[in-house]
Design a protein around this ligand. Structure first.
Ligand code: ADP
Ligand code: MG
Length: 562
């Protein structure tokens, strides 16, 4: 039961104070964390206009009596700590007693609250920090309604972004709170639409499934491990399940979402030797540490922490994950090493990749003639090197082609030019469950997706239904691609000229992600001819080379003949 007191001055001065209200999402974070601290099991969030017009958080927690309700808006008023030593044993999300005072000073707030079991509660209205009205009200639990954020500070209001950008931040913030508090039910209504509905879950795995869908969670490995004074529960990429961006990386320490370069590094390091360049692992890391060994009183919005023993944390996370990932990697590798003999690259299988009519010698490498034609003929001799590279004799030399990169370049330019002609209707329209943030962004950008050959519709409950895809994306992993496209919309990569280019590059990248396809003679020469027609045939949209060419002259030089 809250018993709010004003913190003594010397303790106030030891608190990392600072502005906590940057934007609607920061208001939401403070209100939701208060609701969590109040022991709620259901939290309902409603927002209007990306939270600029209104943010309302209702909970079924302890509630407050009249005295506490009035005190809660005072600066440095908190029920969560009272003496200096409490700072080293923080078990609640809040502790500074500042949030409500700051929020109330820059908005119009209505608080309705009542203690559980009490016969009546109280309703307080405050505008710009001044109490306007106090009434009795029959409510157990608490509801905070914050309207017209920054109405009295136009300079700060100017920095707010569009409704949809503010909404992404709101969804992102609420998603993080929901991931680390699976035992609480969360729902989010945005302009009367239900954007998120997460019933109370049995554990983090179930919560992850609710947010990202079952398929997404299947691609993760779960690691649970206890160490000295800390406990780790993590869900991380299994071998081969990597992303093009850092969009699915979450770190929680004692249930708080934080950013920490050293924890991230420990994770990346665990994938050393497995993670391809430019790829990023998915990770959800929930670390529980003795509160005496971690300081949350570092950053005004508590985004950063200071560990008593940073290296111990690094070693713990890195070693536990590395071992588990290694196990998974061994399992993964079996798929290839135990494959039937003809699947394995080696002399006998050369024949398989050769067109019957070629005179390519079965052993001894290719014969490169200076008279080979300029265009690639359907009967060109070629050899697969692994499953990515193809060596082709032609154009008076030897080309080594990265067929995925080549394919990406071709598709990327096709997407950016004549788009519609390439759409293919899916026989079975595919439902893809995404998280609330992705859901909104995909639906908001349906028009551009359409132009690229995706017909995407709202299926409700964070699910979209995909009816058509570009022909080239026959076997792409649709959920992974949609996540990636959504990440592109949310966080446009500035190294690309425009959003359209960025999205096209992301789509193109997925055309070849499943990589195991062996091309036929016709497909290969088709690909090479298409590549030739592109504007930048030598590079994929991300700037990696698509092909490397050795002329006879180069080869002579390499063999020191000239
Ligand atoms: P802090 O969370 O750091 O204590 P706040 O300004 O966020 O400071 O809140 C002040 C006090 O108001 C809290 O300590 C708590 O006692 C009370 N309070 C705020 N929100 C709620 C809520 N939803 N339910 C019950 N009590 C609340
Ligand atoms: Mg608080």
């Amino acid at each position: 039961m809250p018993q709010i007191k004003i913190l003594p001055t010397d303790l106030r001065n030891k608190i990392a104070a600072g502005e906590v209200v940057e934007r609607p999402a920061s208001v939401l974070k403070e209100l939701v964390e208060n609701a969590i601290d109040a022991g709620s099991s259901e939290i309902i969030v409603e927002v209007l206009n990306g939270g600029k017009r209104m943010i309302k958080v209702s909970d079924n927690g302890t509630g407050m009596d009249k005295e506490d309700a009035l005190l809660s808006f005072e600066p440095h008023a908190t029920s969560k700590i009272s003496v200096f030593d409490d700072l080293f044993d923080i078990r609640s999300l809040g502790f500074r007693g500042e949030a409500l005072a700051s929020i109330a000073s820059v908005s119009k707030v209505k608080l309705v609250t009542g203690l559980k079991g009490a016969s009546s509660g109280i309703s307080i209205e405050i505008d710009g920090g001044k109490v306007k009205e106090i009434r009795d009200s029959p409510l157990a639990g608490t509801s905070f309604e914050v309207r017209d954020l920054f109405y009295n500070t136009p300079a700060r209001k100017k920095f707010l972004k569009t409704n949809s950008t503010e909404l992404f931040h709101i969804i992102d913030t609420l998603t993080k709170e929901a991931l680390s508090h699976h035992q609480i039910g969360f729902s989010l209504l945005t302009d009367t639409q239900e954007t998120m509905n997460l019933p109370r879950a049995s554990g983090p795995r179930e919560r992850l499934m609710q947010v990202f869908g079952n398929e997404f969670v299947t691609g993760l490995i779960e690691v649970n491990s206890a160490g000295e004074a800390m406990e780790l529960s993590a869900f991380v990429s299994s071998s081969g399940n990597f992303r093009n961006s850092k969009s699915h990386q979450y770190i929680f320490i004692n249930r708080r979402p934080i950013k920490d370069a050293s924890v991230s590094h420990a994770l990346y390091k665990a994938y050393e030797g497995i993670l391809p360049p430019d790829k990023h692992p998915i990770f959800f890391v929930f670390l529980t540490i003795d509160p005496a060994r971690v300081d949350f009183n570092v950053h005004p919005t508590k985004r950063e922490v200071r560990f008593e023993d940073k290296e111990a944390i690094y070693r713990f996370i890195n070693s536990r994950l590395r071992d588990r990932i290694k196990e998974d990697r061994t399992e993964y590798a079996k798929q290839f090493t135990e494959a039937p003999e003809e699947e394995v690259f080696g002399p006998p299988s050369f024949q398989r990749y050769l067109a019957p009519e070629t005179s390519f010698p079965a052993q001894g490498g290719s014969v490169v003639s200076e008279n080979l034609e300029l265009t690639y003929r359907p009967s060109l001799p070629f050899i697969y090197l692994g499953d990515t590279f193809i060596a082709v004799a032609g154009r008076g030399g030897l080309s080594i082609i990265d067929h995925h990169a080549a394919h990406e370049r071709v598709l990327y330019e096709k997407l950016l030019s004549g788009m519609h002609s390439m759409t293919r209707q899916l026989l079975f329209p595919k439902q893809v469950r995404v998280s609330g943030k992705e859901y909104r962004v995909l639906l908001d950008n349906r028009e551009m997706l359409n132009a690229f050959g995706f017909e995407v519709e709202d299926f409700g409950n964070s699910t979209v239904i995909v009816r058509t895809v570009p022909v080239e994306l026959d076997d792409a992993d649709l959920p992974a691609m949609l996540f990636d496209i959504a990440a592109g919309f949310i966080d446009p990569n500035t190294s690309f000229q425009s959003l359209k280019d960025n999205i096209a590059a992301r789509i193109a990248c997925h055309s070849s992600i499943r990589g195991k396809k062996i091309l036929s003679q016709e497909e290969l020469s088709g690909l090479l001819t298409d590549l030739e027609k592109t504007e930048h045939p030598d590079q994929c949209p991300h700037g990696r080379p698509t092909r490397i060419f050795y002329s006879l002259h180069d080869l002579n030089k390499l063999f020191k003949r000239k």
